[in-house]
Structure formats: C-alpha cells, structure tokens
Design a protein around this ligand. Sequence first.
Ligand SMILES: [Zn+2]
Length: 463
Amino acid sequence: MINKLPYQRALSRAVRAGLPTGAAILALGLLLPARSEGFMVFGDRLDLSQRDFRIWNNFSDPEANSNSTADPDFPGALGAELAIWKGVAEWGSQPHGSGRTDPTQDEIGSGASNFDAFYSGLAGGPGNTNGNIISEIPGSLFIKAYTEIPIRDGWRIRFYQDPWVWNDAPDGILSSGPDAWDLQGVACHEFGHALGLDHSAVPGSTMHASSPTDGGISLRSIEADDIAGIQSIYGVRSATKVQIQSYEFIPGGVRILGSGFHPTNNEIWFTHAAATTGSDGTPVQVMGVPSGGGGTRIFVAPPALSGPGDLMVRRPGRDPEDLSNAFPFDPNSPLLAPPLTYGLGKVSSAGIQASLDWTSLPSEATGSFELTCLTGIVGGTPAILFSGPHRTSLPALGGTLLVARPLARDQVLQLDFFGTANLSVPVPAGMIGVTRYYQLWFKDPASSFGSGLTNAVQVTFLP
Ligand SMILES: [Zn+2]
C-alpha cells in the first residue's frame, strides 16, 4: 500500500479476519510498532509452490487499458496486464528478457536475489485471499491498494477503483489530475508486500510508506534498500540458481538453453493461454523432462494449453535457487514443426486405407520415438518399416511410394492379429536437426501385387 500504509495493512488483516472494517482500522492503527531504519519484513516468504501470479483485468479506467503497443519482453500482454506484469517482474533475479522496455528505468528486474515470480496468465475473477491474483476492487477508499497477508499460503492484491485514475503509462507519463496513479509502480510496491516485505523507513525506496509526489512512477524501480530486503528473505542470487538464458524453436518444440538444469527431472512451466478461474494458478507444466549438455539444454514441446507469457524451469528441491528466472516466451511460432504425415496409404484387401502415424516426438534425449500403423489385415502378417532422406510420390505396388531412394530397411516386424503395430524406432545418434521420411510395407496376399503400403511420416530429429 502506498498512502497511509499502516491503515492499509490493518485493513488487510481486518478483511482476512472478517472484522468490521472501520473498527479494525482504528484498533490496529493504534498498535503500530515503532519504525526502525531500513527495510522490514513480515517474517514469511513465498515457497516454490506460490511463485505464480495472475491478473484479473477488470480495471475500469480507460487510462488503465489504453496501451496497445506490444512489448517483446512481456509477450501477449497489453494495457493493465502489461503494466502490472512489469511491476512484478522488477523483483526478479535478473532482467526480464532484455529488461530495457521501460523508459523510466535502466532495467526491469533488479532484485538479484533467488526470487522470481511466474506470470500464469489472466484470471477470470478476483479469486480468494490466497489466489495470488491482482485486480481492481469496486468502491472508493483513502488507500490506493492493499495486499492480503499472511503470504505463506498465497496472497491477493486489490487496487481501489475510486477516486483513483489508474494509468498503464508505458511511457511513464500519467494523465493529468491529482488522482492519476501509476499501475506499474503501485503494483511493484504491493508485490513487495506479497514477497514478505513490510514498509521501509528509507525515503525514496519502493517500500517506503509515504506516497510519492509523482503518481507512483518512481516506485517502478526498486532501490538499494528494497534489494537488501528481498535478498534478506530469499538470499542473494546464487551461482547455482537454475537459469534460462535463451531458447530457440526447433522442429517439434523448443530448445531451452541455460544452466543448472537437472539431468533427468525438470519441471517446465508455461503460461496459460486462456484465462483461468478459481484459486489455482498452477502453471501449465511438463514434468520429468531430461536435460543434455551437462545441464545446459532442454528440449520440450509446449503443451496445447500454453500461451504467450513466461517460461520457467524447476529442478527437484525446495530452495529458492531451484527455480529459474522467468523468461519471456511465446509458443505461437510458425517454426514449431512436430512430425507430420503425408500422402495416402493404399486401401488394403480388408477395405482399410493403410495408415502410419506418430505418437511421440523423435528426441535424441529419449533415444526413440513411436509410430503406429493400421492395415486391417487380420491374422498377423509380415511388414517392413523403411525410410529415406527425401520424400517422393511414385506409383508402386498398386499404391504410392512416398519415400525416395536410397531406402533403408529400419525394422522387419510382424503385425498383430488385428493388423496393427506400435513401433519403437531408434533415434540415430548425430542426427539432431536432420529430417527423414518413413513408410511401411506389409504383406497383403489378397491385394494387387500381394502388398500394401501406408502413407508416410516426416520426422525431424530433436535433441
Ligand atoms: Zn504498502
């Protein structure tokens, strides 16, 4: 809370306790402790299960959602969503992306502690007091915003609707009038409370209790005392903290580059593509992901539910450094190219169009990938999986040859009684990034040429 903060915290506790608000404010306001110099803490912190936050963008002032210019460091967000996300990201262990998209400060992300918040996407409502959601609350009050604590099991931040005029202000310039206030700066201050920081006695710090005269713009950038505060709770950013440095799209998914990844068991966190409701802000997660290169690279296919937002890696453990920095990420890239099927299979003597499809990604890390076929030939019959370096389309055996020579015979197998098979195909070493084409021949005595052919699958090998 910015202005008259003692009352604000009192209100928070009153709200949580369900007490009559006015009485609680008065009672608690008389019991404020004496202030000492420098930052103060609540004595609590967010563990790794409470690093997510969401935004319910119900901000009613047009000035709060006037910005329609995308920011590459905060993909998918505009208006109030973007402003609040920036305010939260200021506390991160390192710059969020380039960190250089706020003209009012050098870098967004100055905390240099083992703390990073994960943006889990838009919420469909304000949530409960532990839902980690930031939103506007209807009504008018002398305070601007408040954070509901204790924080250990989650928190909630609300901005009072009136009389304040909330501004998203990507250029750092607020609308005129004494009640114009900066969403980003006030969000930065309030999120400091969610991290476990009380008000500081140091003038000019983001966590100072007094109301700045610039509408809160100066609160956007945390200062030395704020940094000392967050480091006192979460530690100084350690050399062993998991770190995402970059990522690149490769066929079938994303290669995350960084350090400190676990060899076999990483969690990858993605932002929800659609707004989520209820009190659970758990990110879209992929579990048990291995790494390569001595913990410096991870391959993962973003789940269908993931959207633009943050990317995070968590390794086993509960220490703050077991969670990476939050890295801006947008899965909606045209470069995403999982395996694909092409061509048409020959209709077998059973009247089935023979098909070949893929069911798992061809990753070198997992060593193999899965294909499945369907022929309709009952009783079990021989088949051959073959492959080549190029695709083609040539009439052959009453069907179509879809793989160009030179052909390799990858597997000789027997289809099961129902004419199907699941094939585990090795990923050849040293083939990352190489594309290969697969097709299946099978014996079909009642068909022309006594043979059948499926469609084909194009595969690019992944790390
Ligand atoms: Zn405050």
